[in-house]
Design a protein around this ligand. Structure first.
Ligand SMILES: [Zn+2]
Ligand SMILES: [Zn+2]
Length: 275
């Protein structure tokens, strides 16, 4: 049996609903899964409300993935076993959602001021009910309206950092995220360290309250994994791994079960639900 400790649902930027993800993971024969949506535990709340968590016939580890504020690097921090109804967590996540809406409105306003005929309604239509409106949704409208050739072009001309319609993210500091995860009963784990592209910064983070490292990851080659396993040992950290499954065409792994970890990593994290 095998497990996957990093998976996204349609509650953030994944394709499958939480129910579909659970079903697909069962069909793939996985033993443990962790749902780790960006900035939300809504998927887990939904599964709890429909009774699938914890009784789906597959062991589910509640999780979340945060993006930390940093000037030059993308730092993602996973939180495992957070209490999904913890008040502080819920409040801070609401702040993040509110800031995302503000960012979206401001970007649309900037585009309007640049002379483009685009409205919030256009973007909401494309986003089709997602609460996680992103720049890709805005870019899709720009392409559909014939202003730009592709989503990539829209980013390069208008939406990237330094471009005329760019608005910066509101992001929590790494220290805040680590405290928030711990205060809500969870274990903070540094996600896909290779994607930080700065191992000195990785070590800095590992020394400051992180309790685990995602050493096993699709974009880590054998050398990378070895290096991160050594860091885990050096700093006495848990080792985790997962596919970062999104279910989106063109992004590997496309299928659940194509990239898995041994159950021993999940067993270290798994707690019998007390809900
Ligand atoms: Zn990530
Ligand atoms: Zn992820």
């Amino acid at each position: 049996m095998s497990s996957d400790l990093h998976m996204h649902t349609s509650c953030s930027d994944g394709l499958l609903t939480p129910e579909e993800l659970v079903q697909a993971a069962k069909e793939a024969g996985l033993n443990f899964i962790a749902i780790t949506d960006h900035d939300t535990v809504d998927g887990l709340c939904q599964l709890y409300e429909t009774g699938l968590y914890p009784n789906a016939g597959i062991k589910i580890i509640p999780g979340i993935e945060f993006s930390a504020h940093h000037d030059t690097s993308e730092i993602h921090i996973l939180g495992y076993n957070v209490d999904i109804y913890n008040r502080e967590l819920v409040e801070r996540l609401n702040d993040v959602v509110e800031a995302r809406w503000m960012r979206f409105s401001t970007m649309v306003e900037k585009l309007q001021n640049l002379g483009y005929d685009i409205s919030e309604t256009d973007v909401l239509e494309i986003a089709d009910g997602s609460t996680s409106i992103s720049r890709s949704h805005i870019a899709q409208v720009m392409v559909r309206k014939g202003y730009c050739a592709s989503v990539k072009d829209t980013f390069e001309q208008l939406l990237e950092k330094g471009k005329p319609a760019y608005v910066s993210h509101y992001r929590l500091e790494a220290e805040e995220i680590i405290d928030l995860i711990k205060n809500s009963g969870g274990t903070p784990v540094l996600a896909h360290p290779k994607l930080i592209h700065n191992d000195a910064l990785v070590e800095e983070l590992l020394k400051n309250g992180i309790e685990g490292i995602e050493a096993i990851y699709p974009k880590h080659d054998e050398e990378d994994t070895k290096r991160y396993l050594e860091l885990a040992e050096k700093y006495h950290l848990l080792v985790t791994g997962g596919s970062d499954f999104h279910g989106i065409p063109g992004r590997w792994p496309r299928q659940i079960g194509e990239f898995v970890v041994e159950d021993c990593y999940a067993e270290e994290l798994y707690r019998e639900p007390e809900l």
